[in-house]
Every structure is written in structure tokens, then in C-alpha cells.
Design a protein around this ligand. Sequence first.
Ligand code: GSH
Length: 256
Amino acid sequence: MLDLYHAEPAANSLKVLIAIKEKGVAFTSHFVNLHKFEQHEPAFLEVNPNGQVPALVHDGKVITESTVINEYLDEAFSGPPLRPADAYGRARMRIWTKFVDEYFCPALSFIAWHHMIRNITDKLTPEEFEQKVARIPLKEQQDKWRTSAKQGYTKEQLDNWGRQVRTSIARMESQLAVTPWLAGDAFSLADVACFAMAAGVPRMSPNLVNEKDTPRFMDWHARMSARPGVQAALAMPNPVRDTLEASRSQMSSALR
Ligand SMILES: N[C@@H](CCC(=O)N[C@@H](CS)C(=O)NCC(=O)O)C(=O)O
């Protein structure tokens, strides 16, 4: 029995959806609508007390943290390997997945929340909003919801996160000049992690990634997009697509 709790195919949810589809492992999908605050409902907190997706439940055992989930999927199930065969290759892969978790994803996430939050919270009264936020288990996440809802991040903070996203893309471009995939000669969880964050960037920010400035990134993005596992992950239901689209152009200006 394998159950995956995830949101729309973007960011950390997309990361795990790509891995599970690439592996070809059968699973039961549980869509958690972040725009309806379902990740903070008591039923989901029983699965992940941090109130965040994704979360995997394998024969009753819960695994959280998208990067850990992906390594677990590769270790626990047969199917095409998603990690390099040698120790050095796996170390290189983990340098990328750690970089995504600690640098690329947080920078993108703060920018996304800043621009998207009004589309999520607009219909709530201040009291309703505060009730929703009070249920969030992690103080850091409460702060993030409250600060973004009042558009409280400074221009300096937003500029810095924009710079970090540009640095992340530049780092990928440099690596792809040396090896066809991020951790070496073969597709791996390093590519999965980076693509989960960067999938929407060409459409959102053509001024940042394009054939002239980042040709290797574009080629890698096309190779990733052509993979059946990636296509299957991106085709998972996305009931919040309109809200994401509405925020896209605002995010684009933050990445310039
Ligand atoms: N480090 C965690 C981060 C998970 C995370 O930030 N999930 C986001 C979606 S990409 C989430 O659930 N956000 C909703 C919230 O925190 O209220 C992981 O990699 O799984």
C-alpha cells in the first residue's frame, strides 16, 4: 500500500510526483488543496504534523521531506534507478538536492507566496484568516503566511530572493556545460529536484532563461519535459491552475 499526499504538480509535490512516475510505482493519490488550507486540517496533521506536503505513507509508515521521500522511493522499489551507481555520483547528486532544499526552493517559495497569497486569502475576513493561520503547526510557516498576507517583505528581501533564483539558474547552466545531466552522465534525482523548481521558469521569465543566455538550461529543460515520467507528473490534476496563472506575471517581474 502506497499513498502519496501532494498538492498541484509544482515545487516539492512535483519533485515527488516525477520520481514516483519515473519509477513506475503504483500509488494512491491524495490531493491536498493548499489554497483551501487543507494541509492544516486535523486529518492531514495526523499524517504530517508539520502540516506540509508531500507526505508518503508506505504500508502505514510515514515518510516526509520530498528529498528523503525520493531517495526512499528509489531504494524501496524496483524500476529504473534514479541515483548514480557510484558513491561519488550519489554525493554529487546530494549536493544538488541539498542546494535545492536550502537555497533554490526557499528563494522561489518566498517570491511565490508574496505574489500569490492575495489570490488565496482575498476572500477571507481578517478574523477568518487569523483562524486559519492559528492552526499552522510551524511558527515559521505562521510568520510566512502573516507577513506575506500583509505584503510585509521588503524590496531588499524580494530582490535578494530574486538574485538567489538567478544564481541557481546560473549554477545549473555552468554544470550543464560540463555534464549532460546535473550529477553527471545520467539522469538522477538531482535533475528531478532542480526541474521541480525550474519547470515554470522559461514561461514565467523568458528574460531570465532563454536560448541566448542559458542555452544548456533550455536544452536540459526540453530533455526533461520530453520524459514520459515528467509528462505524467505534470499531467496530474491541478485545480488551482488559474490562481497560479494569475500570479505568474507578478512573479516574472520579481525575477528580472
Ligand atoms: N522541506 C519540505 C518542505 C515542504 C513544503 O514546503 N511544502 C509546501 C508545498 S511546496 C507546503 O506544504 N506549503 C503549505 C504550508 O506550509 O502551509 C519538503 O521538501 O518536503
